[in-house]
Design a protein around this ligand. Structure first.
Ligand code: NAP
Ligand code: MG
Length: 475
């Protein structure tokens, strides 16, 4: 057996600048906060310095968004707004290679994923929602649904540009203006999106982007003049925000964590299921809220499936995110790596059987070899808590009822997967599953036309599709 030669994408394409500034009222300006250094998790080198916002900057940005809402965007006909949003979509496509390389540098995800999933799906969200802007009267929310006003949006680091698109596109289509805070460790592509928004000539203040840490997010979501808060991140922070907003009358949607069950019945095509399981948990290093992190296998096929799975996972290439041959890139931060290590150690301590791929890992950077735990019981932390890394917990079941009961035995409820040859079983199980998205014989498929969101501690509200518009309309 021989190895592939390295095939790295050129980092020059990213047009990396030594410093980045926040985007307020149509201008790039210095924030009053201590600048942050954003790191390439694949190499641990500092990529750039990014200015951060203070509470006063948050206030300035919200005021700019309010003015833009009242004077321009909120009263503009939908057909005009659509032109701007289509322009953003086309510019994202035109700058797709630059954005893909920059995303992989800042986040650590494989270039194959940023190039083929993150950036095209981000563009698709703008295209899709641009199409709605002049048709809101036909969306089923009355003849002339009104926007909410200023939206304060906070997003995580796992899909930096894509999450920004999920948030900004529907808000703009419905006539709202936006103040968005990207995650501290991945601010760069959101600031290039700000350049694109400037290039697309949107009225100043319609979109404002404020880099910074959690305190900037906290100042934004608790600002009095924000009409709607949209948050994607951990359940822990989601609960804090929900408490802050309780009783204020301000609107809130929360997209939080998950611990999805991926169920393989004994009649499933196993080789196909293995591909889906791998995609479900090793895509984006497992930094996916809807990752299929709990594999439930019917006992009669468990041995065979596990053997095939380990063989397949052994072939995953872990390493340089910019190498086109890389399957699993870098863990986003040292903190996240420590969290994954702590939880996997708990799995071993609690008696689960650990198998870790013997793949080579780079000397520098934050990496974690793909790991599969078998003999996992429902009480173990690795079966209950979100690991948010390339770690799969495998449990078994005997009957379909038991599978559904185990799948639903979680405080979360974001997604689930079903693998079976029987259509009737898919419909039966999907109906019983308490999860916002249920995939059948596939996993991790995203489309702007399909609503996405959770049950229970995975949050509330939907993003995408006609249903997702509701979060940004006064209905
Ligand atoms: P996190 O700590 O909750 O952070 C999310 C965002 O909130 C970041 O921008 C963070 O800033 C900011 N933040 C932190 N404290 C805040 C506060 N008190 N008030 C307002 N904002 C605050 O989550 P994470 O660990 O970065 O992201 C991973 C989590 O996101 C996972 O649980 C994952 O399941 C979830 N997620 C959910 C979805 C979904 O659609 N349901 C999608 C992707 C990810 P900093 O960057 O400075 O910490
Ligand atoms: Mg970074």
């Amino acid at each position: 057996m021989w190895d592939y030669a390295p095939a790295p994408e050129s980092r020059d394409i990213a047009n990396l600048k030594p410093t980045y500034r926040m985007f307020v009222d149509g201008q790039f300006v210095e924030g009053g906060g201590e600048p942050l250094k954003t790191v390439n998790p694949g190499t641990e080198e500092v990529l750039a310095e990014v200015s951060t916002a203070t509470t006063a900057d948050v206030d300035k940005a919200v005021k700019a968004a309010r003015r833009a809402y009242e004077r321009a965007w909120g009263r503009m006909p939908g057909s005009e707004r659509a032109k701007y949003i289509f322009r953003i979509a086309r510019l994202v496509q035109e700058r797709a290679r630059e954005l893909a390389v920059l995303e992989s540098l800042d986040n650590g995800k494989p270039i194959r994923e940023s190039r083929d999933v993150d950036i095209p799906t981000a563009a698709a969200h703008f295209f899709y929602h641009a199409g709605w802007a002049d048709k809101l009267g036909y969306a089923g929310y009355g003849p002339d649904p009104k926007p909410l006003g200023v939206a304060g949006q906070v997003i995580p680091w796992n899909f930096p540009l894509l999450m920004a698109a999920w948030k900004i596109a529907p808000a703009l289509a419905c006539g709202n203006t936006v103040v968005l805070k990207p995650a501290e460790t991945t601010p760069l592509t959101a600031l290039v999106l700000a350049e694109i928004i400037q290039q697309a000539d949107l009225p100043p203040g319609v979109v404002n982007i404020l880099p910074g840490a959690g305190d900037v997010g906290a100042a934004l979501v608790s600002h009095d003049d924000v009409d709607k808060v949209a948050f994607t991140g951990s359940t822990e922070v989601g609960k804090v925000i929900q408490r802050q907003l309780a009783g204020t009358g301000r609107r809130l949607t929360l997209e939080l964590g998950g611990k999805a069950a991926n169920i393989v019945f004994d009649d499933a095509p196993l080789d196909q299921a293995v591909e889906g399981i791998v995609n479900g948990i090793f895509f984006n290093q497992g930094h996916v809220c809807c990752a299929g992190s709990r594999l439930l296998v019917q006992e009669s096929v468990a041995e065979e499936l596990l053997e095939k799975l380990r063989a397949r996972v052994s072939t995953l290439r872990v390493g340089d995110p910019l190498d086109k041959n890389t399957d699993v890139g870098a863990i986003n931060s040292r903190e996240q790596l420590a969290k994954i290590e702590e939880l996997t150690a708990s799995g071993e301590a609690e008696g689960a059987e650990r198998w870790t791929s013997s793949c080579a890992l780079p000397d520098k950077g934050f990496y974690f070899a793909p790991t599969v735990f078998s003999n996992v019981s429902q009480a173990m932390r690795i079966a209950r808590e979100e690991i948010f890394g390339p770690v799969l917990s495998v449990l078994t079941f005997r009957t379909p009822d038991e599978a559904v009961a185990k799948a639903n035995n979680t405080p979360y409820g974001l997604s689930a997967g079903i693998w079976t040859e029987k259509g009737s079983r898919i419909l039966w199980a999907a109906q019983k599953m308490r999860a916002g998205v249920v995939w059948a014989n596939t996993f991790n498929r995203f489309d702007p036309t399909a609503p996405f969101g959770g049950y229970q501690e995975s949050g509330f509200g939907r993003e995408g599709g006609r249903t997702g518009l509701e979060a940004y309309l006064d209905v």
